[in-house]
Write a protein that binds this ligand. Structure first.
Ligand SMILES: Cc1ncc(COP(=O)(O)O)c(C=O)c1O
Length: 449
């Protein structure tokens, strides 16, 4: 076969960056997701398009659950709604055995609407207005208290209901992770957490039965969890011995990293991110060593991104190519930070839907917004992409379809490829009607009478 002609070019090679003689970030072309052709997906639903793989999601959940359940006898996962609260995603994880974790009235109501019982919802977060707190108590939700005002609110609710109310408290602590997440819950080292327990014990209106903590997100250090667990167990026994409360659950939050490439970390995720086995081993080994004989409080995990991130892809399309004044090649694609909030901290894996001939050169990828911050990748190596090339961007399953914004354009379709390889719409694309539905135009301002 005759080889295609490539015009010769002279390119300045930049120090420290990959060039045509080294590896490129672009590893593959991808023409399908779970066996469904990318072209077919775009023909049916347009571009951009979020695609979730049910197979990957279920497989990942099982892998992570098993890592813990084979090491500790009393494990419960609780789906962190803020990570991805599309009904279909929550329902799949519910089917797999997760309960729900929410941090706001909206998330609580969304879980209830989906059919989750109050007793299967963990209600966290620093802002729980009294009316929703009362509803959650009536429905027997698991409440983790964030601050003293919430203790007082709960005491009032207990009075009103004429019953003692079961609660957990959220702790924050030093586990060697910086910056320390100290704004949520009660600090352990300063004695603030002990003061909270004293208040709960002396007022006699609440029953303390759980401890919660979430040390941060994208934690690359299994030892940090070992410290967290050790401190939680020690505190739990102090509470039991001094105040007589039995701590029935230790909720250690989430924070395990997905196989995403964090900006500023040179090593690829395969090398930088510890395996889930390493996290599970550090956590369960410390638990089993710290707990008293025959005491196995429920170990709750609220892990989010590691479960769903790799199940999500965004297909986007090259709309234009430009040359910047400094010579850098730039592409404008149809998806920006409005859809990919996580591009602020991740360097995504970008695959092309076709083989493209030509020399790789440094490129920047811009989104469609008329805003300078709309950059999906500040620096990548790409061959010359014809208009219409599809970019398959991943992993994007965590925190994007919750933090996306409806800014100057509509949010696109979200589809699920189910375990049989069939496409199911799990969120329709927005229309102008959806966006303006809540607006009111005073009659005196109407342009068309
Ligand atoms: C209380 C709580 N639990 C769980 C999570 C999920 O964290 P991740 O996605 O890092 O596992 C978060 C995220 O911020 C959180 O605030």
């Amino acid at each position: 076969m005759k080889e295609s002609y490539e015009k010769p070019v002279i390119l300045k090679l930049q120090m420290g960056l990959m060039n045509k003689f080294g590896a490129s970030y672009l590893k593959r072309t991808r023409t399908e997701i779970d066996g469904v052709p990318v072209n077919k997906l775009i023909e049916e639903f347009g571009s951009p398009l979020f695609v979730f793989s049910e197979k990957r999601l279920r497989r990942k959940y099982k892998e992570i659950y098993n890592a813990f359940a084979t090491r500790y006898p009393n494990v419960q996962f609780s789906w962190s709604y803020k990570t991805n609260y599309l009904n279909a995603i929550c329902a799949i994880l519910q089917q797999e055995g997760e309960i729900a974790e929410g941090v706001s009235e909206f998330e609580y109501e969304k879980a209830r609407r989906l059919g989750i019982e109050g007793r299967d919802i963990i209600f966290n977060g620093p802002y729980k207005p009294s009316h929703i707190l009362e509803k959650a108590i009536r429905e027997q939700a698991i409440i983790n208290i964030d601050h003293f005002e919430e203790i007082y609110d709960l005491e009032e609710i207990a009075d009103k209901l004429g019953q003692k109310v079961k609660v957990g408290i959220r702790l924050n602590m030093d586990t060697g992770i910086t910056p320390q997440w100290s704004r949520f819950g009660f600090n352990l080292e300063t004695g603030q957490a002990l003061d909270a327990v004293k208040r709960i014990a002396y007022s006699k209106k609440l029953i303390l039965n759980g401890l919660h903590c979430h040390i941060g997100t994208f934690i690359l250090e299994p030892r940090a969890y070992a410290q967290e667990v050790e401190k939680m167990v020690k505190f739990a026994y102090q509470i039991e011995d001094e105040f007589g409360f039995k701590i029935e659950y230790l909720d250690i939050g989430g924070g395990f990293p997905s196989q995403n490439r964090l900006k500023g970390i040179y090593l690829p995720p395969e090398l930088a991110v510890p395996s889930i086995e390493e996290f599970a081993e550090a956590i369960c080994d410390t638990l089993l060593r710290s707990l008293r004989p025959n005491d196995f409080p429920e170990l709750i995990l609220e892990t989010g991104r590691v479960i769903v991130d790799e199940a999500g892809y965004l297909i986007s399309t090259v709309h234009a190519a430009k040359r910047l004044p400094d010579g850098t090649k730039a592409y404008v694609i149809d998806a920006g930070v409005n859809l990919l909030f996580t591009s602020f901290w991740y360097k995504f894996n970008i695959e092309l839907d076709r083989e493209v001939q030509g020399v790789f050169e440094p490129c920047v990828i811009y989104g469609p917004l008329c805003m300078n911050i709309d950059v999906i990748d500040e620096h990548t190596q790409l061959p010359p992409l014809p208009r219409g090339t599809r970019l398959i961007i991943s992993p994007v399953g965590a925190y994007n379809v919750t933090q996306w914004m409806q800014f100057i354009s509509y949010r696109p379709f979200v589809v699920l490829i189910n375990s049989e390889g069939k496409i199911e719409v799990i969120r329709e694309a927005e229309t102008l009607e959806d966006v303006v539905r809540k607006e009111k135009l005073p009659a005196r301002l109407k342009l068309v009478q």
